[in-house]
Design a protein around this ligand. Sequence first.
Ligand code: T4K
Length: 399
Amino acid sequence: MAEKRVVNDLAVLGGSPVFPEMLHVGRPNIGNRERFLERVNDILDRRWLTNNGRYVREFESRIAAQVGVRHCIAVCNATIALEITVRALGLSGEVIVPSFTFVATAHALQWQQITPVFCDIDPATHNIDPGKVEELITPKTTGIVGVHTWGRPCAVGELARIAERRNLRLLFDAAHAFGCTHQGRRIGVFGSAEVFSFHATKFLNAFEGGAVLTDDDDLAARIRLMKNFGFAGYDNVIYIGTNGKMSEVSAAMGLSALESMEDIVAVNRRNYGRYRAELSGIPGITLAAYDESERCNYQYIVLEVDESCPLPDRDLLVRVLHAENVFARRYFHPGCHRMEPYRSCSPRAGVPLPNTERLTRRVLSLPTGTAIGEEEIRRICGIIRFAVDHGAEIGGRFP
Ligand code: T4K
């Protein structure tokens, strides 16, 4: 390790980086490789590569059984799954959504001419603040999309009560939350539907993939039609649709990951505990906590850098980490409402969202998962501690 004794030892100031190669946030967790390759061989032998194949159907039924819902519809990714679900729910006009989310949540609405109306978050949970939803409802509002950011469930009960009282549809973007529970119930059972992501960077990885979970038989039937061009059988199109199908190789990866899920949680949980211990007592640095009385997937290590930190700001810490080959990410900077096209075209995108704006200036994500171990975490936290301890001096070098 390139030890840091004085600030000039930092790579950002010309020293050698701690890590010879970049450590990424979102390195894929690879489940049981042999089981995956067996399935791939079977797929190739049978020459059935996509279009509702055996592995897609098995993946769907295993997820539905595990979560406890009537329907799981596998889709090629969560963005298309959101788009299809929004359409199948009949949403139109305006839909209330947090700005503090990956831009796909907002795009899935705007892509079909629905205006995302951005709501502020609760700074304690990083999730949509149900207390701020009602003031955004207009005669054009048709729904609410809650996001379980970092896999920490949003206020599903309060959102459900608002949706019921105001006759709105409630959908959850559960991209981060596979394997998590809220009050003992699996994420996937709430609202009209919930959407998981199985992208390579997600807790459960199918290369690319997503799924819609719902107990609503009619909605599930519409989504199944829509994800397959509207085909109700050979040569029989009865609906407008798109191509949202998951391939067999993705389902094979998803199944192998599902079988390794408990091992992956154990690694993530151990990493979270190590980060918590190594970061404790560093002034101005807070690790976003998981509620350990619930099931969590511990997939995200999220820090907040607050005003009491001797380093001038989060961006300087990110710069220091990048130079040391720790590719920390500023998810979800700067907030959807300050990205195009929303910044320019959304009528209420300019509404102040103080908690979102504050958080997007403070937050950063660090590497975790099966690709890193105890030593890497110790070194990453060592860099952070050193940078904070010498925050004023480093700040002086980057006025
Ligand atoms: N809703 C929410 C709340 C979401 O967070 C997301 C996706 C969605 C909806 C939509 O889900 P999908 O349509 O993707 O299923 C990444 C992911 O691409 C995206 O899936 C994810 N959220 C978002 C939070 O993060 P980027 O632009 O940061 O991706 P990228 O390519 O920079 O990858 C992240 C890091 O992972 C890189 O530093 C490299 C590393 N990596 C990535 C891949 C793909 C690897 O080491 N190996 C890999 O194979 O968006």
